[in-house]
Every structure is written in structure tokens, then in C-alpha cells.
Design a protein around this ligand. Structure first.
Ligand code: HEM
Length: 181
């Protein structure tokens, strides 16, 4: 799996805040396979989304502390966030070939998460849980090739969101430092 995105050359251009130029390694066949498999998982969005986060919290219970529902997974906010994540994955699946929509949406979502100091590590828990939900949902249809395609797709989401989080927090720190001097 190669790099999914190349950095823009004009990162100093304030008119173009996006760092990413879309260069997905996914070919048309893989995109088709992702869409078709997602079509089987999406109808049970709530169930699968909750399962995904049960798995995340099993791997990383400390992440519960970042959410308003804490350890009480019966609270509506738990289901709401699980659904939001599923809807974001849906957006990515639908717009894999439409970076003008996907990149700014994920960058904005990254900025919304900036205060939680999330890194690749936290996103990896979600990625692992996603693959596991897909594997359980699709059974043998979740072939190694399909798994590789989904891994690439989730890497796209992670790359864009984590870069936006890092950039946002670095900018905030810079601004604070500037004020101090
Ligand atoms: C990795 C650990 C994550 C943590 C700790 C986290 C935490 C949060 C929190 C605390 C909120 C605000 C309260 C809420 O809506 O429940 C939120 C909102 C949200 N999260 Fe996450 N999140 C994580 C990962 C993700 C991922 C991977 C996605 C999508 C792929 C995602 C999508 C969303 C969306 C769409 C919202 C609503 C944003 C808005 O209000 O505009 N989150 N997240």
C-alpha cells in the first residue's frame, strides 16, 4: 500500500487551506467492491455502528472518558456518535472519487475533534474495529483484497482528519505563543 495522498506544493497559499491532493491508490474495481460491500452493511447502520464502538472501547476503554456519555453506553449520545461515524464512512464511500467534497468535509470534521488530541493511534482502534465489523458482517465475501481496499479507504479518512487535527492544534499553539511575545 503506497501513500494515498501527496502534499500540496503551495502550502503557504492561504487561499488553499487543503494540504491534500487526492491521489487514492484505489482503482475503479476496488471502489466498486467497497461500495457493493458497504451496501450490505449500511442497512443495519445503527447496529453495526454500535458494534464498532463496543469493539473500540474493548480495545481502548480510556477513550470513553472523552465522550459525554462516559461509561454509560445506554445513553443516546453513544448511539448518536456511532451513527455519525457510520454516516462519515458512508460519505467517504460515496465520494472516494470526489475529493472536492470529501477532503473539506473530513478536514472540518478533524477540526471538530481537535480538542480531544486524537492521533493516529486512536484512529487505528476505530479502523481495526471497522475491519472487524465488516469481516463479521460479510463473512467469506470479505476477501483479503477487499480488506486491503477498505484499509486504504480508512487510511484516507485518518490521514485527512489527523492532519487537520495536528494543523489546527499547531496553529492554535502558534497564535498563543505569538500573543505571549
Ligand atoms: C477516535 C476516537 C474518537 C473520539 C474520542 C471522538 C469523539 C467525539 C466527540 C466527543 C464528539 C462530540 C460529541 C458527540 O457528537 O458525540 C464527536 C463528534 C463527532 N464525531 Fe467523533 N470521535 C472519534 C472518532 C470519530 C471518527 C473516526 C469519526 C468519523 C469517521 C467521527 C465522527 C464524528 C462526527 C460526524 C461528529 C459530529 C461532528 C459535529 O457535531 O459537527 N468521530 N466525536
Amino acid at each position: 500500500m503506497g501513500s494515498l495522498f501527496s502534499s500540496g506544493t503551495n502550502s503557504t497559499d492561504q487561499q488553499q487551506p487543503s494540504k491534500f491532493k487526492f491521489k487514492s491508490d484505489l482503482n475503479d474495481q476496488q471502489i466498486k467492491a467497497i461500495r457493493s460491500s458497504w451496501g450490505k452493511v449500511l442497512p443495519n447502520k445503527e447496529e453495526h455502528g454500535k458494534l464498532l464502538f463496543y469493539k473500540v472501547f474493548e480495545m481502548a476503554p480510556h477513550l470513553k472518558d472523552l465522550f459525554p456519555f462516559g461509561s454509560d453506553l445506554t445513553q443516546p449520545q453513544f448511539t448518536e456518535h456511532a451513527l455519525r461515524v457510520m454516516n462519515t464512512i458512508d460519505l467517504a464511500v460515496k465520494n472516494l472519487d470526489n475529493p472536492d467534497v470529501l477532503v473539506p468535509a473530513l478536514e472540518e470534521l478533524g477540526r471538530v475533534h481537535a480538542m480531544f488530541q486524537l492521533t493516529n493511534r486512536e484512529f487505528e482502534y476505530v479502523g481495526q474495529a471497522l475491519l472487524s465489523v465488516l469481516e463479521e458482517g460479510l463473512g467469506e465475501a470479505f476477501t483479503p483484497a477487499l480488506k486491503a481496499a477498505w484499509t486504504d479507504l480508512y487510511a484516507i479518512i485518518t490521514d485527512i482528519m489527523v492532519t487537520a487535527i495536528t494543523d489546527y492544534n499547531a496553529d492554535k499553539k502558534d497564535n498563543k505563543t505569538n500573543k505571549e511575545y
